[in-house]
Structure formats: structure tokens, C-alpha cells
Design a protein around this ligand. Structure first.
Ligand code: HEC
Ligand code: HEC
Ligand code: HEC
Ligand code: HEC
Ligand code: HEC
Length: 399
């Protein structure tokens, strides 16, 4: 590789200048620019095609319109364009992405799913080649305007008001819901382990599912409890792109200060209630959610030991995340060189672990739907504390 000394960002700057050169009509400032056919620039462009720019966009420099420059440079710094991330590179060894995964892990798979390529709507019939990212056309295909609703894992058909919503909601909805938990546990006894039960993973970056709250049904809802619905926030904060710049994906923090005076999002709090029982109202609502999530995690581990009878170890870096530790030495059991997945799930444990994973899978839960996140955590803590003989009331948690 010739340009190993350059950071991607630097290469990108050069790339952008090449784009300018290639797209501005030659006569406009013909005197003061180098000719676009300079061999040096061509070599850089070639390198970029190979190492920086994912195969499915933004296509060749001569196809990029100059007014798109800012969008492109923002997008190129975001996770959506990061062809090397696990989200896109996961299937590189096989060279193709299974249809069930391609909808959200490739722009091409997304277009097939919505029938934007002229195909019947629904997941691709065949695997989709790797190499694609969340490219420009994922959100700018003109056919997106024909999408009026998006189906969620709970079965909910949610009407979408804009093309931005249609795209974000398709991919950031997760892959499971409370419905799957209810079906999996059936009428089994709450505290009897059953090896037929496996962990159900809500999947990742489930922002849209959190945002729709109880109405979206992403969480496991305990009987006789009611759950907050969609977090409407406050006008004009109405869609994902009210807070996230759609290309860099960064949160426009300065826009929060129109209504919140707490500085950074981490410190934002309106609630005059201490949900985590700390009594501290000076910290952001994010901390209450984090504290209750941590408490729930501790109880899940405790329950695995004393009620399910097989201690578990959680490893956030390795699917399916919950592993067996039969001798309780704090280390994951190994068999045939592999970590042994947890197999002593009871219905009560599965519900609590699922809700915990759902809330913690969304790094923005505190802004997407703080009330729903707090309710799921509270109910799970209350439920699992019972058989452990813990004095739930003494923690002064608030729902
Ligand atoms: C085709 C599926 C798809 C669509 C459509 C999509 N995303 Fe994503 N999004 C992803 C994937 C996959 C990742 C993880 C990327 C990675 O890990 O590099 C991601 C990552 C993110 C992140 C994490 C930040 C980062 O840089 O990694 C944010 C925030 C985000 N998306 C917001 C949005 C918003 C807002 C929309 C709608 C305007 C949207 N996404 C549309 C699939 C999608
Ligand atoms: C509904 C959309 C959707 C579907 C369908 C989907 N994913 Fe994902 N997946 C995502 C999003 C969004 C992320 C990005 C999470 C992030 O920000 O890192 C992701 C992340 C991942 C990651 C990276 C996790 C990590 O730890 O970085 C893997 C691996 C993955 N998905 C595997 C799969 C597999 C396998 C399938 C098919 C069986 C699949 N996904 C189907 C939306 C989806
Ligand atoms: C995740 C979805 C998403 C992706 C991917 C995406 N865009 Fe956008 N883009 C949007 C949204 C949403 C808007 C804002 C539309 C609005 O405000 O009505 C937008 C606006 C724009 C605009 C108008 C000016 C601006 O920046 O607001 C341009 C130009 C643009 N996009 C070009 C691109 C190009 C080129 C790419 C690929 C490099 C791209 N977009 C990728 C969602 C996306
Ligand atoms: C009220 C403003 C707001 C709205 C609306 C909003 N978000 Fe967020 N989002 C945030 C904040 C704040 C974070 C936390 C960012 C951080 O701490 O890095 C976040 C985090 C995320 C993340 C995780 C990023 C990461 O680095 O892991 C994703 C993905 C995401 N949002 C997607 C979405 C999607 C999709 C929508 C629409 C369904 C949406 N957001 C709506 C404010 C918002
Ligand atoms: C137009 C005014 C407005 C803007 C702009 C705004 N918010 Fe809000 N925010 C509100 C209102 C009003 C509530 C209370 C809504 C409710 O509880 O139903 C709220 C609630 C919240 C909460 C929950 C606080 C708590 O203690 O319950 C968080 C977190 C939050 N906003 C984050 C953000 C972030 C991050 C941004 C910027 C990306 C933002 N908000 C932008 C008006 C706004």
C-alpha cells in the first residue's frame, strides 16, 4: 500500500478535493486548480476505491454531485460507512450475507427488503454479497416515499411520516420483543430451570424500539403493569434526525440547550424523583437508568447461583453473552475449546436478563425513552428480588 502513512481522514480530505476537481465544470476556475487527470490524484482515487470507499457507494467521483460534499464527508466518518466494522465485515469470510441479516447489514439488502429494486417486498430470496454499508441510497432512494409503515418484531405495524423515519426504524428496531419471551416461557414454572430455554437476544442499537416504548412492545411486559408508550419528547423534537445529524450520526448537543440547561446530554434531568433510590437529583437521568441496570445485573447473577442452581458469567463481547460457570469460580466453563452457553434458564431469569440486555443495548435509552427504560428495569428488579428474599422496598426505587 502506498499511502499507509495517511490517516483515513487525511485520505478523505484529498478524496474530497478530488471530488471537487472532478465535478466542478472545468471552465469555472480553470486557472487555479491542477488538472483533475493528474496522475497523482488518480492514484489516490484508486487507493481510495480499494481501501476506504465501500464498494456500494458513494460510487465513483464523477457520480458525486458537488453539493453532496458535506454530506459525504460527514457520512464517511460515521459508523454507517465503516466497512471494516463487525456490522458489515462479519460475513466477509463467507462473501455473502444471509437474507435475514442483509436487510439491515447492507444497503442493497435494505433496498431488496423494501422492494426498492423492483423486487417483491420482503427479505431477499437469496444471500446478498458482502461489501455493502449503509450507503447514500439506503436513505435517499426515491422509492422510500412509498413506505408508509414499518413492521416491528412485536408484530406492530408502525406508520412512518418521513423517509428518514422509514429508514432508521427499519434497521434500529432490534430483532426480538416481549412477544418472543412470552412464547418461549409458555406456562413453565417461573423458577424451574429448563434446558430447552435459550437466551433471546434483543440485538443491537435498538433505538427505534426503545423510542416506541410500550406501544412498540420491545420489552418483556410484566402482567398487570402498564408501560409508557412512544416518547414524544417535545416539539420540534419529533424524529431521529431531530437530534442525530443524519450523516455523521452525531447528536447535535447544542440543540438540546434550547430547552435543557444541564450542559451535556449525560447531565440532563427534569424528573424530580430519584428512580434509583440515591436521592440525588443533581445527576442526569442517564445515571438513574445506569444504576438500576447495574442493580438488575447483580440480581440476575445472584439468582443464577441461588435459585437456578448454576452460576452464570456475563461476557458482553461474546455471543450469546450469558455463560455457564458450574463450579462458581467466576470463570466461563469450557467444552471442546468453546465457552459453554448458559443452559439453566428459568422463565423469571430469562425475562429479567432480556429486559436488562434490551435497555443496555441502547446507549441512548435515556434520551430515546427514559420512562420505558426505567419501568422495565423496575419491574424486572421487583420480580427477581422476590424469590431471592431481598427487601425490595428498602431500596426506595421509583417506577
Ligand atoms: C440499512 C440499515 C440502517 C439504516 C437504514 C440506518 N442505520 Fe444506523 N446503523 C446501522 C448499522 C448496521 C450500524 C452499526 C454501524 C457500525 O457498527 O459501524 C448503525 C449505527 C448507527 C448509529 C451509531 C453511531 C455510529 O457511528 O456507529 C447511530 C446513531 C445510527 N446508526 C442512527 C441512525 C439513524 C438516525 C438512521 C436514520 C436516519 C439510521 N441509523 C439508519 C444500520 C442502519
Ligand atoms: C432489524 C435490523 C437488523 C437485522 C435484521 C439484523 N441486524 Fe445485526 N445489527 C443491526 C444493527 C443496527 C447493528 C449495529 C449495532 C451497533 O451500533 O454496533 C447490528 C449489529 C450486528 C453485529 C455486530 C455486533 C457487535 O457486537 O458489534 C452482528 C455480529 C450482527 N448484527 C449480526 C446479525 C446477524 C447474524 C443477523 C441475521 C441473523 C442480523 N445481525 C440481523 C441490525 C440488524
Ligand atoms: C441514514 C440515512 C442517510 C444516509 C445513509 C445518507 N443520508 Fe443524506 N440525508 C438524510 C436525511 C434524513 C437528510 C435530511 C433530509 C431532510 O432534512 O429533509 C439528508 C440530507 C441530505 C442532503 C441535503 C443537505 C444536508 O446535508 O442536509 C444531501 C446533499 C445528502 N443528504 C446527501 C447524501 C449523500 C451523498 C449520502 C452518501 C454519502 C447520504 N446523503 C447518505 C439521510 C441519509
Ligand atoms: C432527543 C434526542 C434524540 C432522539 C430523538 C433520538 N436520539 Fe438517538 N441518541 C440520543 C442521545 C443523547 C444518545 C447518546 C449518545 C451518546 O451518549 O453517545 C443517542 C444514542 C443513539 C444510538 C447509540 C449510539 C452509540 O454510540 O452507540 C443510536 C444507534 C441512536 N441513538 C439511534 C437513534 C434512532 C434510530 C432514533 C430514532 C428512532 C434516535 N436515535 C432518536 C439522542 C436522540
Ligand atoms: C423543544 C424542547 C426540547 C429540546 C430541543 C430537547 N428536549 Fe429533551 N425534553 C424536553 C421536554 C419537554 C422533556 C420532558 C418530556 C416528558 O417527560 O414527557 C424532555 C425530556 C428529556 C429527557 C428526560 C429527562 C428526565 O429527567 O425525564 C432527556 C434525557 C432529554 N430530554 C434529552 C434531550 C437531548 C439529549 C436533547 C438534544 C439532542 C433534547 N432533549 C432536546 C424538551 C426538549
Amino acid at each position: 500500500m502506498i499511502y499507509t502513512g495517511l490517516k483515513i481522514k487525511d485520505i478523505f480530505k484529498i478524496y474530497v478535493s478530488f471530488v471537487i476537481l472532478a465535478t466542478v465544470p472545468a471552465q469555472s476556475f480553470a486557472q487555479d486548480v491542477t488538472t483533475p487527470t493528474s496522475p497523482e490524484i488518480e492514484a489516490i482515487a484508486k487507493e481510495l476505491e480499494l481501501f476506504v470507499m465501500p464498494r456500494s457507494g458513494p460510487f465513483h467521483p464523477d457520480q458525486i454531485k458537488i453539493e453532496n460534499q458535506l454530506a459525504i464527508s460527514n457520512w464517511a466518518r460515521s459508523g454507517h460507512s465503516d466497512a471494516a466494522s463487525e456490522s458489515f465485515a462479519h460475513w466477509n469470510a463467507e462473501g455473502e450475507i444471509p437474507p435475514a441479516c442483509a436487510t439491515c447489514h447492507s444497503g442493497a439488502g435494505f433496498r431488496i427488503f423494501h422492494g426498492l429494486d423492483g423486487s417483491e417486498r420482503g427479505p431477499s430470496a437469496t444471500p446478498v454479497p458482502t461489501g455493502g454499508v449503509v450507503d447514500c441510497a439506503t436513505c435517499h432512494d426515491p422509492g422510500l416515499t412509498s413506505i408508509t409503515e414499518v413492521k416491528f418484531p412485536s408484530g406492530l405495524m408502525h406508520p412512518v411520516a418521513s423517509t428518514a423515519e422509514a429508514s432508521c426504524m427499519t434497521c434500529h428496531q432490534g430483532r426480538a420483543s416481549g412477544v418472543q419471551i412470552t412464547a418461549a416461557v409458555g406456562t413453565r414454572d417461573a423458577d424451574t430451570p429448563d434446558p430447552a430455554l435459550n437466551f433471546i437476544n434483543p440485538h443491537y442499537a435498538v433505538a427505534a424500539a426503545t423510542w416506541l416504548g410500550g406501544y412498540g412492545g420491545a420489552g418483556y411486559h410484566y402482567p398487570a403493569k402498564t408501560y409508557s408508550g412512544r416518547f414524544f419528547h417535545a416539539r420540534p423534537v419529533e424524529t431521529c434526525v431531530s437530534c442525530h445529524e443524519p450523516h455523521s450520526l452525531e447528536v447535535a448537543q447544542q440543540s438540546c440547550s434550547t430547552c435543557h440547561q444541564d450542559g451535556t446530554p449525560d447531565n440532563i434531568r427534569l424528573s424530580r424523583i430519584s428512580y434509583d433510590g440515591s436521592g440525588n437529583l443533581a445527576k442526569g437521568i442517564r445515571s438513574d437508568i445506569a444504576a438500576n441496570a447495574e442493580r438488575l445485573h447483580g440480581l440476575v447473577i445472584e439468582y443464577s447461583k441461588s435459585i437456578a442452581g448454576t452460576p452464570m458469567v456475563y461476557d458482553g463481547h461474546s455471543f450469546p453473552y450469558f455463560f455457564a460457570d458450574a463450579n462458581g469460580d467466576g470463570r466461563i466453563d469450557q467444552a471442546d475449546g468453546k465457552s459453554v452457553a448458559y443452559k439453566a434458564w428459568t422463565p423469571r431469569l430469562l425475562k429479567a436478563a432480556y429486559n436488562w440486555k434490551l435497555v443496555t443495548s441502547d446507549a441512548g435509552a435515556f434520551a430515546h425513552n427514559p420512562h420505558y427504560a426505567l419501568e422495565l428495569l423496575y419491574d424486572s428488579i421487583e420480580d427477581i428480588a422476590g424469590p431471592l428474599g431481598q427487601d425490595f422496598a428498602s431500596w426506595s426505587l421509583y417506577r
